[in-house]
Design a protein around this ligand. Sequence first.
Ligand code: PMP
Length: 428
Amino acid sequence: MIYKRSSDLFIEAEQVIPGGVNSPVRAFKAVGGTPIFVKEAKGAYLYDEDGNKLIDYINSWGPMLLGHAFEPVVNAVIDKAKKGTSFGMPTEIETEIAKLAVSMVPNIDKIRFVNSGTEACMSAVRLARGFTGKDKIIKFAGCYHGHSDSFLIQAGSGAVTFGTPNSPGVTEGTAKDTLLARYNDLQNVAELIEANTNEVACIIIEPVAGNMGCIPPLEGFLEGLRGLCDTNDILLIFDEVMTGFRLAKGGAQELFDIKSDIVCFGKVIGGGLPVGAFAARDEIMNYLAPIGPVYQAGTLSGNPLAMAAGLAMLKTIDSDSELFKRLEEKTAYLHNGLSKVLTENNITHTINRVGSMISVHFAEEKVVDFETSAKGNNETFKKFFHGLLKQGIYIAPSAFETWFITDALTYKDLDETIKVVDVVSKNL
Ligand code: PMP
């Protein structure tokens, strides 16, 4: 496939946008080459500016659970747009989507909508600090919770892809309040809590990590965190920006049957429009302005177009009782197929998967935390990535990312993908 026009557009973009992109991972820096400029997308496919058709395994980094340009979402947005695009006043649809989200997700009474996953996580931590009266937070190396200051400490995703997990610009004062733990290491968390008695407000975690590739929680890990939080008056925040409405209707809380105190959403909840949200039981949410002392606000929060897209998305998910089964089956099929051809071609690999989140690590050891993820062979990944791209298969341009499977993928698409991986593996 030829990507000439994409290359030209990238050069033009670089003149006026830092690195030519509005979010770093898009730039292909980790894998080399120039990014693909997309023209349009439908279902499981992207159509780029050179006229190529690609099978999409990124799906806007998660939101397109049901495929691109999903009709109920598109129609809802068009209808709303005709009636005005922003009012900065309450609208009925905000209550409608809030009610639906609260009914789908366990352990939450109220939800507040914001404009991104970053905002959701940032606000959740402020709320946890305000509620507990404590300052420190525990996060896990390799987890990504957006680009707000407190989280750019050993962060995953683009932050680690670009070698800046600790970003300049984050003050020492802020950094010292973020304590860093190893994912899947309960003992490590217990030690941090003990060394900071009565100072830890919350533990924030991706209940299935997706920003160091996909890493599932080991048996007992999330339960252990819940126990540590309960005994030490610490709030447990599940960052479900990736997992929410993807792993189950009620997200990871439902899948693993673990209660979190605050839950953060993004991606799927907005159906592809800029939406994030955070939610908790009444006691905690009532700490928020205007009824409580913790301030949080947004000119465009609850935006009618965004709410219309999110509502159409959640309604579809809520009413399709077979959706998560289908996603699980499709992803398991891909998992088995990839595993088979990589093994047949003697490629050292580990595949991690939970529901419709999956990633291929070119690593020998089991990948359970950031350290084991970082041991993956990046040179092999680069060749793998470009091999797939040449054949029209689009995966994330970094080994520290997850593939997001959409319901729009057919078994024919999956077979084609497995076939391409087989061919590419022969040259790795
Ligand atoms: N939390 C998680 C788990 C994420 O994966 C992301 C984005 N990839 C964020 C938070 C930040 O979301 P956003 O990019 O919408 O700010």
